[in-house]
Design a protein around this ligand. Structure first.
Ligand code: OXD
Ligand code: MN
Length: 599
């Protein structure tokens, strides 16, 4: 039965919905119950109005194509709005809350005319988990409702958990495309780029998003709530909200290790989250592919949950060869955005199969044949798939108390300089590794440092407060965890040889590196001290049956002092960007590395 908002028991929630409706002026308000019947009904509505295409080859799955102007997160239209600019820091766009709200109120005025305002009660994390948080998203996009249904836990059970006085994070979203009386809707309504705003008000735990229907701009539980707002809450409250996958590894004796790992985009994060180990006797289970919320448990260890319940993964490049577990996950009950449509009613994207289809309809609804100048799927085409469908999802992925984290891993894409794996000397050194994480954006000349994009902790676009304060928060968490703190490592799957070929095969073989990491924790395997940290000796990695040239292993584990001196100069320059919120403990780490390099 449909819920009238007057029946909502939470007075503050009712008032906020009424005020938002008075501003946005929807034709109708609908409170989502999170049922399958509701999901099916909304999908059918979108099929009827031409927004969704049902896929013959994948049960209960649908293809959407966005407006070509609305295909990705819009970082330059994303704001952290705090009273003082210093609290947003040098890595965020900033406008005062007063000014931003004034501008956005003007945009919200009447923006839902001709549309329904959906009220989505959602939980980030298993409902009732001590680490979970409740959000309420108001949106005029049924596409957003269905995606939120997969990506979060939605519905009446969340309202029950909220009760009359529970805390929630208000998330107001509009695609910014009101319909005049009798006006025909279009498949992907949205506002032009200069009217898009993805705004966060961390001082009031409030999110306002306008103008985009796509991904992190519109599914507000993900980047907006679970990272930007949550990171600011975590700093205030003494926990951690990180852009990290969560993986469980099980050794041949059955011992479990939990790893949380941060990588910038295009570094194989989803592949690692769904790893199938090649190293004999080891097993892996996926707990999360993107975000980790962590709190100190009563035993003093750090416990993590995946706040999401689905995967919003990049489609191009995903295949049975690169990530069979993702392919199995998205076989049914999934949403595809900006992928191509094949003639037999399936989706396709670059790299999905070795041979492309002989004909398809591309993401811009045009005929496409192999050899065309443009790609058939957009480079940021996505699948939205339920996590519970992943064949290697851990039986404990929804454990309310989370899983104890043993290891943090940072990484990036570095064709040169950075070895395959190394371990930090201690927590402070590990924070230095996370803070200086970088990916090479262009092909580097071998031996020289290329065009580096530093992405500290893979949080640059997602930190909801001053990045310098965020670094300090990492130090504070280490102080709190003491000897119970996870151990920290850095990996680089992407090192190349002089002729430009990959030195390491990656994918399932990465389990060999993870085995070394777990053995380091147990003190079962050696390593050599280098200026940058503990690096495996050539015999320390289990490479049995791998057929990798010894020369490759040498290069993969090589630490070139001169290249690292240049790296240290780059880091020193980069550290000056953070101004007076920058913690001294990071400068000390740089000085210590420099001393080790000079020695
Ligand atoms: C994502 C991202 O979509 O990090 O997860 O951009
Ligand atoms: Mn991400």
């Amino acid at each position: 039965m449909e819920t009238d908002i007057k029946q909502l028991r939470h007075k503050k929630l009712r008032t906020w919905i009424e005020e938002s409706a008075a501003l946005c002026k929807p034709d109708k308000i609908y409170v989502c119950d999170g049922s399958k019947e509701e999901y099916d009904r909304l999908m059918q509505l979108m099929v009827k109005n031409g927004m969704a295409i049902p896929l013959k080859k994948k049960a209960n799955s649908f293809l959407f194509r966005s407006d070509p102007s609305d295909v990705a997160r819009v970082e330059d239209r994303t704001y952290i709005s705090t009273t003082n600019q210093a609290d947003a820091g040098p890595t965020n766009n900033w406008v005062t809350p007063e000014e931003l709200k004034k501008t956005m109120r003007g945009l919200y005025e009447g923006c839902m005319k001709g549309r329904t305002m959906y009220v989505i009660p959602f939980s980030m994390g298993p409902i009732g988990s001590p680490i979970a948080k409740i959000g309420i998203q108001l949106t005029d996009s049924p596409y957003v409702v269905c995606n939120m249904d997969i990506m979060t836990r939605v519905g009446t059970k969340v309202l029950d958990q909220l009760g009359e006085h529970g805390e929630f994070i208000p998330c107001l979203h509009s695609i910014g495309a009101p319909l005049a009386e009798g006006q025909q809707d279009i498949p992907w309504p949205c506002a032009p780029i200069e009217k898009k705003y993805i705004s966060h008000f961390p001082e009031e735990n409030l999110i306002w998003s306008y103008g985009s229907g796509y991904g992190g701009n519109a599914l507000l539980g993900k980047k907006c709530l679970a990272l930007r707002i949550a990171s600011a809450m975590a700093q205030r409250e003494g926990w951690m909200a990180e852009h990290m996958l969560i993986l469980r590894l099980i050794n041949p004796k059955g011992k479990q290790y939990h790893i949380a790992a941060a990588f910038p985009s295009a570094c194989g994060k989803t592949n690692l989250a769904m790893l199938q180990p090649t190293v004999p006797g080891w097993k892996a289970e996926c707990i999360g592919d993107d975000i980790s919320w962590m709190k100190v448990g009563t035993d003093g260890r750090l416990y993590a949950i995946n706040p999401e319940s689905g995967f919003f993964g990049v489609a191009p490049g995903t295949s049975y060869a690169t990530n069979p577990m993702a392919m199995e996950t998205l076989k049914e009950n999934s949403i595809f955005t900006n992928c191509a449509l094949t003639d037999d009613g399936d989706v396709w994207w670059e790299g999905m199969t070795p041979e492309p289809p002989i004909h398809a309809i591309d993401w811009k609804w045009r005929d496409w044949t192999p050899g065309s100048k443009e790609t058939v799927a957009h480079a940021n085409a996505r699948f939205t798939a339920p996590a519970k469908q992943c064949p290697v999802i851990s039986p404990d992925w929804e454990k309310p108390e989370g899983v104890p984290i043993d290891v943090f891993i940072f990484g990036g894409r570095r064709p040169s300089v950075v070895p395959l794996v190394y371990q930090a000397y201690n927590w402070d050194h590990g924070v230095f590794l996370g803070a200086t994480a970088a990916s090479e954006t262009t092909a580097a000349n071998i031996g020289a440092v290329g065009d580096l994009r530093r992405d500290p902790f893979a949080m640059k676009p997602f930190c909801g407060y001053n990045m310098g304060d965020y670094f300090s928060h990492w130090f504070a968490m280490g102080d709190k965890l003491g000897d119970k703190a996870p151990k920290l490592f850095y990996v680089n799957w992407f090192r190349k040889s002089g002729d430009g070929s990959w030195l390491w095969p990656g994918y399932g073989e990465n389990s060999r590196v993870l085995k070394w990491i777990c053995q380091r924790i147990e003190g079962e395997v050696s390593a050599r001290e280098t200026p940058i940290g503990y690096v495996p000796n050539e015999g320390d990695l289990d490479l049995a049956g791998m057929n990798i040239p010894t020369e490759n292993v040498k290069q993969l584990l090589h630490v070139d002092k001169d290249a690292w001196k240049t790296e240290a100069d780059g880091i020193a320059k980069y550290f000056t960007e953070f101004g007076d919120h920058f913690p001294k403990r990071l400068s000390i780490q740089l000085e210590e590395m420099k001393k080790r390099l000079a020695g």
